[in-house]
Design a protein around this ligand. Structure first.
Ligand SMILES: [Zn+2]
Length: 356
């Protein structure tokens, strides 16, 4: 009898017109995959391609040497630059007195919010920066996570990048933000609860099990190095959703070893270049770092990773959130994650702007 267990498992077959519910283990909810609808007639809105940016913009409040609206002057920084958000949603000077009544509760909007510039050049993006420059950004994220987390009142640090005007960003200069808050954002909170339950049941961090399953299926992997993996998850809610994670469980980016950060920079470069090459345009997305709380307790259940949520279905069409998503709270995806992974897998690793 052949020893079947010694053979590499065959990836499961997925129909390009997949129509099924898929369980999202990190959110504890169903995602409706309805790829058979992808060719339906579309008469909705469209987006225009972004204009080319100058290397330096005298009106940009993030370019080196410029004055911000609050009067602060940026240094002539040469690499990265971080500063306190001039209009923070949560701050140390927020009114300490709040009033609760009956069912309605209020609390001080205490916290610390930072803006992080990736590069002095206004026209670059993470995708067009080199790996060493991306590495410096990752070092900044490590520093800022530690800095904000040091405040005993700050329980969680959310680092995120809104890229592209359709994600609502007000400035094209390559930058992101960090929110250090007294509460844990609900997506992370839910992930922690599910991961704690999974750890108790299996002795393993939940996200590590996701990675093992993705390695076993194999068909949605976009890039992999010795320490880092990038993939379109089986339960993707957005057409080109990509997760990037270390293979070993680390609670936050600050806990990565130097070699892991090096690898993370290289894998991010691959993912971001392929994103841009997909539609030969700067690819818009919301990038979010999922990190353990800074609440002074140990989080063995948590596995740091980065999630990318691109809002585009194709070069000119947005993925709209409507009744099922906004009203019902569950995502309806008109694409098969395996098909979108294939589109990213065949892209070149050389940015389209560098090709002759
Ligand atoms: Zn700028």
């Amino acid at each position: 009898m052949p020893v079947v267990s010694s053979l590499r498992p065959r990836p499961p077959y997925y129909d390009p017109k997949q129509w099924e519910l898929r369980w999202h283990p990190l959110r504890g909810e169903w995602v409706v995959i309805a790829a058979h609808r992808d060719t339906r007639p579309w008469k909705g809105g469209s987006v225009s391609r972004p204009q080319k940016e100058p290397e330096y913009d005298p009106t940009c409040y993030l370019c080196p040497g410029n004055t911000r609206t609050t009067g602060g002057v940026n240094p002539r920084y040469r690499t990265t630059f971080a500063f306190d958000n001039d209009f923070p949603p949560a701050g140390t000077s927020s009114p300490p007195q709040t009033s609760s009544h009956g069912l309605y509760r209020a609390a001080q909007a205490y916290g610390r919010c930072r803006v992080m510039c990736f590069h002095p050049r206004h026209d670059l993006t993470l995708a067009t920066m080199d790996v060493q420059e991306i590495r410096r950004v990752l070092s900044m994220w490590q520093r800022e996570y530690r800095l904000l987390g040091e405040d005993p009142r700050v329980k969680h640090v959310l680092i995120f990048e809104n890229k592209g005007e359709i994600t609502g960003t007000s400035n094209r200069h390559p930058h992101c933000q960090a929110y250090g808050t007294t509460f844990i954002f609900s997506t992370i909170q839910r992930e922690i609860q599910l991961a704690k339950h999974f750890l108790r049941r299996t002795g393993k961090p939940l996200y590590r099990a996701v990675i093992e399953q993705e390695l076993q299926d194999g068909c949605r992997i976009i890039a992999r190095s010795r320490n880092i993996i990038a993939f379109v998850p089986y339960f993707a809610r957005y057409p080109y959703e990509v997760h990037v994670a270390p293979l070993e469980s680390r609670p936050s980016i600050a806990d990565l070893a130097g070699s892991e950060v090096d690898d993370l920079a290289s894998v991010l470069k691959v993912v971001l270049v392929r994103y841009d090459n997909l539609f030969t345009m700067p690819f818009p997305y919301v990038q979010v770092l999922h990190q353990a709380p800074t609440d002074g307790t140990h989080h063995p259940e948590f596995h740091f990773h980065i999630e990318f949520f691109p809002p585009l279905r194709n070069p000119v069409t947005l993925k709209y959130l409507a009744g099922p998503e906004i009203g019902g709270g569950n995502m309806l995806s008109d694409v098969a994650p395996e098909e979108k992974a294939k589109e990213l897998q065949v892209q070149s690793d050389i940015h389209y702007s560098r090709r002759v």
